[in-house]
Ligand binder design. Structure first.
Ligand SMILES: *Cc1c(COP(=O)(O)O)cnc(C)c1O
Length: 419
């Protein structure tokens, strides 16, 4: 990392350039321009070091520039990167097989971004609704949860409950029905003969790490089965070890759901790799010409995905997430600050709710950054701690200590203001 600390432009110049030439659809933390990273640490253009407690929304679960992943990337990049699905490759079959074996699903359809895999799931569910369940043409309904996050395409945002995601992007795709998250009775009531699927996150990530009541998913699975609708889980963020199980559904279900959506960490934090997986009776309805993606299932993506799956099998990421998740939770509970109103999560997937009358999560994140810890607010009130799964206990202690200091500072300032 010879480059570290020596940069042609200053922090503000990099930021200004981004602001001038990029559409302002994000609001990154101020005064920070990242140029290098390794494991759980990120380095900015001035050489300052930061602990990454965000992992790019769980995309870098195995740490930045992970050796095994980098090696797999370099090897495959020098052999074959893309064929398009016009031709068979020597990588896709092996990747698909391993993905199906590890998740307990029959077949997969590989895509790139998470939103594309969600779109694929929607198409799969509707086709199954018409061709297997015999729903009248164009009447199929999919039930979703309020405060869901499934991506940013026009169809997906159409069933979001976030005004900011939707404003002036309509008209939206019909055929979706929203119910409160974690509510079994609402699901039972919402099902009609036209319902083909319930699409839901096992833990709502972008909504603020919302953990449903214990037993909810188990009941949901049995209702879906009884009433003849598909259960499709979006595990783009919760999957691949994040919550202390390989898949979050394993906290409650003994058998996999009908459909499963993966992304983010599946690409090893290197490139977008996503997949919709499902039972054969759904997946076999995707006939040639019905769906596709130029880059979906490309050999480079498959090599990365294969390495990620091999790492999950051979190394202890899932256990680490579970054990260190408990540790993080315990450490956070020790913080004595009335600014924290709730701590929730599973594994290394934790949300810290900040008293919104007194401080914004954004303010907490900005101050954490100044102390060398990176996170990002989710909505106005939640600070997310979801570090790469390679984090150590000492690094967790560091993050928690900095959070305690930040909250202390805010409380001290409140006191001095009121006196
Ligand atoms: C990030 C995310 C998506 C969208 O993935 P993209 O790769 O950004 O399209 C969908 N669902 C969930 C649960 C996510 O966390």
């Amino acid at each position: 990392m010879a480059k570290r600390g020596i940069s042609a432009l200053s922090t503000q110049e990099f930021i200004n350039k981004e602001k001038e030439f990029c559409a302002p659809n994000y609001h990154p933390l101020d005064d920070l321009v990242v140029s290098n990273a390794e494991g759980v640490w990120m380095y900015d253009v001035t050489g300052k070091k930061y602990l990454d407690m965000m992992s790019a929304y769980s995309a870098v679960s195995f740490g930045h520039c992970n050796r095994r992943i980098s090696r797999a990337l370099m090897k495959q990049a020098s052999e074959l990167c893309i064929t398009s699905r016009a031709f068979y490759s020597d990588k896709l079959g092996s990747f698909a097989e391993k993905l199906c074996r590890m998740s307990g699903m029959d077949m997969t359809l590989p895509m790139n971004t998470g939103a594309e895999a969600v779109e694929t799931a929607i198409k799969g569910a509707r086709r199954w609704g018409y061709q297997v369940k015999k729903i009248t043409e164009n009447r199929a309904e999919i039930i979703v949860a309020e405060k869901n996050f499934h991506g940013r395409t026009t169809t997906i945002i159409g069933f979001s409950s976030e005004e900011a995601y939707q404003r002036d992007f309509g008209p939206f795709t019909p055929g979706f029905k929203k119910i409160p998250f974690g509510n079994v009775r609402a699901l039972e009531r919402a099902i009609t003969p036209n319902t083909c699927a319930f699409l839901v996150e096992p833990i709502q990530g972008e909504a603020g790490i919302i953990v449903p009541p214990r037993g909810w998913l188990k009941e949901v699975a049995s209702i879906c089965k009884e009433r003849g609708i598909l259960l499709i889980l979006d595990e783009i963020q919760t999957g691949l070890g994040r919550t202390g199980k390989l898949f979050a559904f394993q906290h409650e279900l003994d058998t996999p759901p009908d459909g499963l959506i993966l992304g983010k960490a599946l690409g090893g934090g290197v490139m977008p790799v996503s997949a919709f997986l499902g039972k054969k009776e759904i997946m076999s309805l995707f006939t040639p010409g019905s769906h596709g993606s130029t880059f979906g299932g490309n050999p480079l993506a498959c090599a990365l995905g294969l390495e990620v799956l091999a790492m999950l099998e051979e190394e202890d990421f899932v256990e680490r997430s579970r054990n260190l998740g408990f540790y993080l939770f315990e450490e956070l509970k020790e913080i004595e600050s009335s600014l924290i109103t709730d701590i929730r999560g599973k594994g290394l997937f934790v949300g810290i709710e900040i008293d919104k009358e007194r401080a914004t999560a954004r303010e907490v994140c900005e101050r954490l950054k100044d102390k060398g810890v990176l996170s990002k607010e989710t909505h106005e009130t939640v600070v997310r701690f979801a570090p790469p799964l390679v984090i150590t206990e000492r690094e967790i202690e560091f993050a928690v200590e900095k959070l305690a200091q930040v909250l202390d500072e805010i409380e001290m300032e409140e006191l001095s203001l009121s006196s």
